[in-house]
Design a protein around this ligand. Structure first.
Ligand SMILES: *Cc1c(COP(=O)(O)O)cnc(C)c1O
Length: 344
C-alpha cells in the first residue's frame, strides 16, 4: 500500500494550523505575531513548534536526518498519532503481539479501532504465520515492541526486517528498551523500509521520564503528516531545554545503561536462588519477568513492605509472574531481603 492509501482521507486533505514561527526563523526585532506578553520575561514566548535544536542534536547522535524525526509528549503521543493518522474509526484494525505494552490497546479503544492481539509462542518468540493470519485489507498498523514489555526479550533484527518488508501497512517497532539490548536498533534499516516507524523514548535509559519526550523515526512523508496532526506546541520549552542538556551528556547515558545491564544480571542471579522463585526469564531490558510460586501473595507482601513491583500474573503467558524493574543498589537489596523474609 502507498502512503496515500494508508493515511485517513481527512488527514490527507487536512489544512494544518500554521503560526508565524513556522514561516519565519531567525532573530526578529519585534515578535508581535502571537499575542504573547512581552512585558514579563521568563516563559512568555511560545516554544519552537518543530523543536529544531533538539532534533539537530538528536540527528547527530542517532545518524538520522532531522526531517525524519518526530518528537512527541512521550512515546504515548507517538502511539496515539499512529491511530489518528492511519486508522479510520470503526473500520480499520491493528495487529499486535500479545502480551505487549498496554498503551497500544488503550489507544485503539480510545480511537475506536479494532485491536487484534496475536499470542506469542510460550518462549515469547513471534509466531509469524499467526501474526500475518490476523492481517486483512483493513489492517493499517502492526505493533512490535522489541525488547518487549513485559516479556523482556528482543526480537532478531532479521525477523523485524522480514515483518517490515512483508507487511503492507505501517510496521511500528517500539524500542523503548533498546539501550539495554545487544540486539541493536532498527534505525539502521530505516532507509530500506518506507513504511517503518521506529519509536524510542527519553523515559528509560535516558532517565528522563518526568520530561515526557518520545521520538518517532520514519520516512519524511510520514513525519510531515505527524507534524501536521500534532498539537502545534506539543513539546514545551522546559522539556526542549532539558533535552538539549541530556543529549549533550549522551555518552554518560550509555555508560549508565551498561551499569544497569550488569546490575540486572546480578539481580537475576540473586532472584533465581530464592525459594519462591520458579523462573527468571532472560531480559534484554531494564526489568525482569519473574515467575514465582504465588504471585498475588508475594506482590501483596512486597507492597506491605513498601516495595512496589508490577503484578503481571493475569497477562497472557505470564501466569504467576511479577515484573520487577532493576533499581539502584539499595532498592535491589531491599527487594531481595523482603522476598527472602517471605520464604516459599
Ligand atoms: C515505558 C515504555 C514506553 C515509554 O513511554 P513514554 O510515553 O515515552 O514514557 C514506550 N513503550 C514501551 C513499550 C514502554 O515500556
Amino acid at each position: 500500500m502507498t502512503l496515500n492509501e494508508l493515511v485517513r482521507p481527512n488527514i490527507l486533505k487536512l489544512t494544518p494550523y500554521t503560526c508565524a514561527r513556522n514561516e519565519y526563523t531567525g532573530e526578529a526585532r519585534a515578535w508581535l505575531d502571537a499575542n504573547e506578553n512581552s512585558r514579563i520575561d521568563g516563559l512568555n514566548r511560545y516554544p519552537d513548534p518543530l523543536q529544531t535544536e533538539v532534533k539537530r542534536r538528536l540527528s547527530e547522535i542517532k545518524g538520522v536526518d532531522a526531517s525524519r524525526i518526530f518528537l512527541g509528549v512521550g512515546s504515548d503521543e507517538c502511539i496515539d498519532l499512529c491511530y489518528r493518522v492511519f486508522c479510520r474509526p470503526g473500520i480499520d484494525n491493528v495487529v499486535a503481539i500479545d502480551p505487549t505494552y498496554g498503551m497500544y490497546a488503550v489507544c485503539a479503544e480510545i480511537n475506536d479501532v479494532e485491536y487484534r492481539p496475536v499470542k506469542l509462542n510460550p518462549d515469547f518468540s513471534i509466531d509469524e504465520e499467526a501474526l500475518f493470519s490476523a492481517v486483512d485489507a483493513n489492517t493499517k498498523v502492526m505493533w512490535i515492541c522489541s525488547p518487549n514489555n513485559p516479556t523482556g526479550n528482543a526480537y532478531p533484527l532479521e525477523q523485524l526486517e522480514r515483518i517490515a518488508s512483508r507487511f503492507e501497512g505501517i510496521t511500528v517497532v517500539d524500542e523503548a528498551y533498546v539501550d539495554f539490548s545487544e540486539q541493536g536498533s532498527m534505525l539502521r534499516h530505516l532507509d530500506k523500509y518506507p513504511r517503518l516507524v521506529v519509536m524510542q523514548t527519553f523515559s528509560k535509559a535516558w532517565a528522563s521520564a518526568a520530561m515526557r519526550l518520545g521520538t518517532a523515526y520514519a520516512a519524511k512523508d510520514i513525519i510531515d503528516i505527524f507534524n501536521n496532526v500534532k498539537y502545534p506546541y506539543n513539546i514545551n520549552i522546559l522539556t526542549q531545554r532539558e533535552a538539549i542538556k541530556v543529549l549533550a551528556d549522551h555518552r554518560h547515558v550509555a555508560d549508565v545503561a551498561d551499569e544497569l545491564v550488569k546490575a540486572r544480571d546480578v539481580l537475576a542471579e540473586s532472584l533465581a536462588g530464592l525459594d519462591c522463585v520458579v523462573k527468571v526469564y532472560p531480559s534484554d531490558a531494564n526489568f525482569l519477568l519473574v515467575r514465582v510460586t504465588d504471585a498475588d501473595s508475594l506482590y501483596g507482601r512486597l507492597k506491605d513492605a513498601g516495595v512496589i513491583v508490577r503484578n503481571r500474573s493475569r497477562v497472557t503467558l505470564c501466569e504467576g509472574c511479577l515484573r520487577i524493574t532493576v533499581g539502584n543498589e539499595d532498592e535491589n537489596n531491599l527487594l531481595i531481603e523482603k522476598i527472602r523474609e517471605y520464604g516459599i
